[in-house]
Design a binder for this molecule. Sequence first.
Ligand SMILES: NC(=O)c1ccc[n+]([C@@H]2O[C@H](COP(=O)([O-])OP(=O)(O)OC[C@H]3O[C@@H](n4cnc5c(N)ncnc54)[C@H](O)[C@@H]3O)[C@@H](O)[C@H]2O)c1
Length: 293
Amino acid sequence: MSLNFAFIGVAGYVSPRHLSAINKLGHNLKIAYDVNDNVGILDKFFPKCLFYNDYNKFKHNFKKIKKKIDYTVITTPNNTHFKYIKFALINNSNVICEKPLVLRSNHLKEIKKLEKKYKKKVYTILQLRTLKVVKDLKKNKRLIDKNKNKNYQITINYITPRGHWYKSSWKGNSKKSGGILFNIGIHLLDLVCFLFGQYKKYKIIKKTSSSCVGEVKFNKANLRFKLSINPEDLKVYKDRKVVRDFIINRKKIDLAKNFEKAHYDTYRDIIEYKKFDIETVSNSIILAEKMSK
Ligand SMILES: NC(=O)c1ccc[n+]([C@@H]2O[C@H](COP(=O)([O-])OP(=O)(O)OC[C@H]3O[C@@H](n4cnc5c(N)ncnc54)[C@H](O)[C@@H]3O)[C@@H](O)[C@H]2O)c1
């Protein structure tokens, strides 16, 4: 069955991955909004889609067709997600919102109330969970270590340098992005929570505006992580331009394989299997919020 979508934030960097997934799955984009109007990409995927760069006009026209809208996609700066999630739920639409779903755990509670009230659901994008290597590990952690009683040692070194633009954009403003733990770390924190459950305790060892080093203890796992967008942190790695090491008990897990397909897989999992709902992603948001304080 072909479903109808609305889209908020359609002019941005990550938007084409969403447009492509909606298109490939055979669904339709009816209406889109962005404060900017560089949205020629719509012609590639959905030439008949309505577009507004004025919020009042978008709201007015959304409301006229709201009975037809099944999902509203949100890919705006992180601090605006909550406002648009509320708008969509109140107008009887399910939501697919980019990571991090929200920046405050009390917003999770409000969203749950609204989901109940309007009988609609909110889903998020945490595409690493769709990778085959992660699914296999979730089913059977003994792929990593045959001794099931052993504690797992996880090391994450995630150094993905960003240029000067980052500091000037909303991504470099922690009030808007939530800072490095939310904007970059959430993918990895979510992955560890997905595999090892709720965290027990955490410790921040060092935090700057461009990096964070810390430890998190889980029931059967100890995580040590370093996240950084500072090119200086690459120096010790000699020739590497980016470091995305995710290691469990000395075994390197390749999170780059099939990454391009991951938004498509996430959409399929949400629409067909109702995965990635608010319950399953709350753990990592609560952890990122605590560690950001
Ligand atoms: N899952 C992933 O791998 C992944 C990758 C990149 C970004 N993201 C997430 O996707 C979202 C968008 O990131 P991006 O890299 O595309 O950023 P971006 O800045 O390129 O795009 C954001 C878009 O939102 C628009 N916008 C800004 N403020 C707005 C507002 N108040 N109302 C409506 N539109 C507004 C901008 O004009 C822009 O087109 C963020 O939540 C980010 O964390 C996820």
